[in-house]
Design a protein around this ligand. Sequence first.
Ligand code: B4P
Length: 191
Amino acid sequence: MFNLILFGPPGSGKGTQSENIIAAYGLQHLSTGNLLREEIGNATPLGLEAKRLMDQGQLVPDEVVIGMVRNFIEARSAAKGFLFDGFPRTTAQCVALDALLKENGNEINIVLALEVSEEELVKRLLGRGLTSGRSDDTNETIIRARIKEYHDKTTAVATYYAQFNKVVHVKGEGTVDSIYADLKQEIDHKI
Ligand code: B4P
């Protein structure tokens, strides 16, 4: 099994690049943001609580997200591998993911970290907000709160995997195709 984490701040291109990577390598795409938006769309109790937090730019509690990820992985035991997009976002989520994968003798093989300046992130997310219908993309104050949440809680994910020498930093500015070419080179080197 080949498992990769696509890591980076909100708006760094994780969702965008995931589409190319899963198509090329046949990995299962696990986006916790997409799973949460599905819950919101279905107006489940989990979705209503998640929407309240997401609309303030805050993270959803670890135990909620970890439970969703466990269900997703267990339902796809024959997968060639997983691309984790937007997960893990805290050290507790890293520890839980490693334990989950280890139950079947698997591990994270590579963490690709996209690097993009804050001003570019704000510009992209406000741009997406014009068409996406995502309420967390339309307000600059919320976008900056998400970026702050990333610095406060999520950069620890790169620190966690760096201790196992699994992190590769990739420039996330440029065309979608040129960034994908750089990501592909790193994956091919590792796979
Ligand atoms: P996510 O759904 O993960 O969304 P995101 O980080 O905002 O976006 P992403 O990084 O995928 O978007 P992309 O750059 O591709 O999270 C939303 C919320 O859900 C979080 O704030 C949190 O509340 C909650 N959540 C999710 N996972 C969680 C977890 N594990 N724990 C707790 N809470 C969790 O796209 C952005 C824009 O940039 C697009 O318009 C795209 O077209 C554009 N773009 C992409 N690449 C570009 C390029 N090279 N040049 C120009 N524009 C580009």
